[in-house]
Design a binder for this molecule. Structure first.
Ligand code: ZN
Length: 260
């Protein structure tokens, strides 16, 4: 009887676990918030944080570990460090300006340009992005080289990744370079991603209030779907025009939390 009681206790305890575990991504990527976020250090092996004064360098542990792991991979391959731009605010929720997503600590922007050989805090605040696409000729610019390809490939190979948004021409270049690699499915063509790419991780397993996005389609996505994006030079497939401030309705747990 005693054994049964302790077993029952254990089951109840595990049942309560999701409420006890404080670190959580809550809601959707574009209408959510985060609890117990971690800060990505301002720099580490293979990475630097840009515009740290904006304090958008907070993410869920899963994302912070992912970025540090990616930095380590670059460092070990003796490739240039990556420049990490916006992640999320400490409590998540919508930014006052800028993108719609990045709300639940599972999205991060990584610039495609590499940093100068020596870089200080001031430069990290003021550095400009470099466009990998020559928009007038609608081709990749000469800035898009092997190191950009390698960075995107390493970023996409990690199974934690739900999807990575890249400009259609960049997806095309990755398809050309990596043929039928299964992780190519995670590279999603989207306009507005020619200076940086945007990594989105899956909801962490225990985050019961995290709303996953529909899985990406099977296959590499290098065929007809990509062709429709390449042909859509005007960008009607995604709206990239000026947006009004985005104020979504947040999940209940987030409403007071984000305002505080
Ligand atoms: Zn982004």
């Amino acid at each position: 009887m005693k054994q049964w009681m302790s077993l029952l206790g254990l089951i109840i305890w595990f049942g309560l676990m999701p409420n006890i575990v404080a670190a959580q991504a809550v809601g959707g990527y574009a209408a959510g918030c985060q609890f117990e976020a971690q800060a990505l250090p301002q720099q580490g092996p293979g990475f630097y944080v840009l515009r740290a004064s904006r304090e958008r360098f907070y993410g869920q542990a899963s994302l912070i570990e992912y970025l540090q792991h990616l930095g380590n991979q670059l460092d070990q391959a003796q490739f240039p460090s990556m420049l990490v731009a916006d992640i999320a605010k400490q409590r998540g929720g919508p930014f006052a300006y800028g993108h719609r997503s990045h709300q639940s600590g599972l999205d991060a922007d990584i610039w495609l340009r590499t940093p100068p050989h020596t870089i200080d805090r001031h430069q990290l605040e003021t550095l400009s992005a470099i466009d990998m696409v020559d928009h007038a000729r609608y081709t990749l610019s000469p800035h898009f080289k092997d190191q950009q390809r390698l960075l995107i490939a390493l970023a996409a190979q990690n199974p934690k990744v739900s999807r990575i948004f890249v400009h259609p021409l960049i997806k095309q270049a990755m398809c050309k370079a990596y043929g039928d690699a299964p992780w190519l499915s995670r590279l999603r063509p989207w306009f507005g991603h020619s200076k940086h790419f945007h990594v989105r991780l899956h909801c962490p397993k225990d985050d019961i209030d995290c709303e996953p996005q529909a899985p990406v389609a099977l296959g590499t996505g290098c065929g007809s779907e990509l062709a429709s994006w390449i042909n859509d030079k005007g960008g009607t497939l995604s709206s990239t025009g000026k947006r009004k401030p985005y104020r979504p309705t947040l999940p209940k747990q987030c409403q007071a939390w984000v305002k505080q």
